[in-house]
Design a protein around this ligand. Structure first.
Ligand SMILES: Nc1ncnc2c1ncn2[C@@H]1O[C@H](COP(=O)(O)OP(=O)(O)OP(=O)(O)O)[C@@H](O)[C@H]1O
Length: 454
């Protein structure tokens, strides 16, 4: 049975919601202030709470501030905020800070029950998918590749052409441009498609963990290795191994990868006997790998072995024609996933989307559309549903017209999203459509400090 924590300073509402939840098979705990809710949640992880239903306007600490604290402490607990009539800004702000949805008071009870049902369905599906993916080490299932621009048409044609060969491929491009999608297309259109496409994000793992994930380890190879484990290379035997963020791999692992590519064999950690393997490598990076080679951080021999064919992906701002079809594509996906009847995007919203620079590329566009679908109350996505980031597009373009350097635009944008999220880094990275590691690098590079920590 799911437990919902309700937080509202009006006692009548707490009583009403409590009864409604109980009758409909939920457990609940009631809190008449945000502080008492936070104290309860901060006392122990999650505290048995599956979702929070929170009022925005409360005297001691308002729901938005409370959300910020709650998301820092328990980012996984979904929050539905209850706003008063005509306070759409509160709702948008809350969604941007990570609220799952909002509901405007007064609301019919079916409405609230519907939102809760969707939330728990959504959470269950997401968890099941994640567990399944983790278990199988498989790349995420990818949908169709959507584009209209000539620039991306050239990329797509090249992808199909090289997929048929068995050459190793290096996909380059900014974060969120679709490198993983292209890697999947290479595998799906190759003679290896009957075997597995195994994906590994090299930046997400420490050196030792990456090594044991890639090559596997024998029982007793290191402290904690209680059982032998097959590596991803063996999982991908006969298929394709996608090495995402290859630019982040250490020199030691670079040497080991080179050996696999050259000799088609590798040594399991803790073993001495080489094993042979037949794998096609597709690597991806958002770094300038040639530059990394020049500066001595990436082995030149490995670079040429991986980059037999290079597929460079253009950033979204250089293929504006793709924005509308991509937005329509994500609208269809999220409307169906959330069971909402949102079918179209207004002309003004399309103009706003096309005017924006998309530093987080297609992933950022996807996030923006997902949020707009959550917020939509009619069958059309309108410009006011687009988060501030997207509306800032006009401003950013004008500044660019006045010859503001691109990195300054990026710095300002990252800073504004950091401020919006209260310097919540995971959330910021998600909104910007970049990895947490990339965000950390940019924070140092642009010297963006958290005013709350100074
Ligand atoms: N042309 C496209 N058509 C449809 N969906 C796309 C397209 N390009 C990107 N996407 C979607 O955008 C999201 C980001 O794409 P992807 O993960 O492939 O980017 P990436 O370049 O590998 O990012 P990163 O460098 O951060 O790992 C994914 O959900 C992907 O399915």
């Amino acid at each position: 049975m799911k437990t919902v924590f309700i937080c509202d300073d009006e006692k009548d509402i707490l009583v009403f919601l409590g009864k409604l939840l109980k009758v409909n098979g939920y457990k609940f705990e009631a809190f008449d202030s945000a502080l008492s809710l936070l104290t309860r949640l901060e006392a122990s992880d999650r505290s048995g709470c599956d979702a929070v239903l929170m009022d925005v306007r409360m005297p001691d600490l308002d729901g938005i501030q409370a959300m910020k604290r709650l998301k820092r402490r328990c980012p996984d607990i979904p929050v539905i905020v209850m706003t008063g009539h005509g306070t759409i800004d509160d709702a948008v702000h809350a969604i941007k800070l990570g609220a799952y949805d909002y509901i405007t008071k007064p609301f019919p009870k079916e409405k609230l029950l519907g939102v809760l049902e969707r939330l728990f369905d959504h959470a269950r599906l997401a968890r099941e998918n994640r567990e399944l993916r983790e278990e199988l080490h498989l790349a995420s299932p990818k949908g169709p590749i959507v584009f209209k621009s000539a620039a991306f048409r050239a990329v797509y044609d090249l992808t199909l052409q090289v997929a048929a060969s068995d050459a190793n491929i290096l996909v380059t491009g900014e974060s969120g441009t679709g490198k993983e999608l292209i890697a999947t297309a290479v595998h799906d259109n190759s003679s290896r498609k009957g075997k597995q496409l195994v994906s590994v994000n090299c930046a997400a793992l420490s050196d030792t963990l990456l090594e044991s994930q890639l090559f596997g380890h024998m029982r007793g190879a290191f402290t904690g290795a209680v059982m032998s484990q097959k590596g991803l290379l063996e999982e991908a035997d006969g298929g394709t191994l996608f090495l995402d963020e290859i630019g982040d791999v250490s020199q030691a692992i670079q040497a080991k990868l080179l050996r696999v590519i050259q000799q088609k064999e590798f040594i399991v950690v803790g073993s001495t006997k080489p094993r042979s393997v037949d794998v096609r490598f597709v690597a991806a990076t958002n770094r300038d790998l040639m530059q990394e080679v020049k500066e001595g951080r990436f082995r030149e021999d490995l670079f040429y072995r991986l980059n037999v064919i290079g597929i460079p992906l253009p950033p979204l701002r250089e293929r504006v024609e793709d924005v509308e079809p991509l937005a329509q594509h994500f609208l269809a996906i999220y409307a169906s996933r959330m069971k909402k009847m949102v079918r179209s995007i207004s002309d003004e919203a399309i103009r706003t989307l096309m005017n924006y620079d998309w530093p987080g590329n297609v992933r950022e566009l996807e996030n923006v559309i997902e949020r707009a679908v959550i917020l939509a109350k009619t069958d059309t996505l309108t410009a006011d549903l687009l988060p501030v980031g997207a509306r800032k597009g006009d401003g950013l373009k004008k500044q660019a017209g006045q010859l503001v350097p691109l990195d300054e635009i990026e710095r300002r944008h990252i800073h504004s999203v950091l401020l919006e999220t209260g310097f919540h880094k995971s959330r910021t990275a998600e909104i910007l459509g970049i990895s947490r590691k990339t965000l950390d690098r940019k924070i140092v590079e642009y010297d963006l400090t958290d005013p709350g920590n100074t």
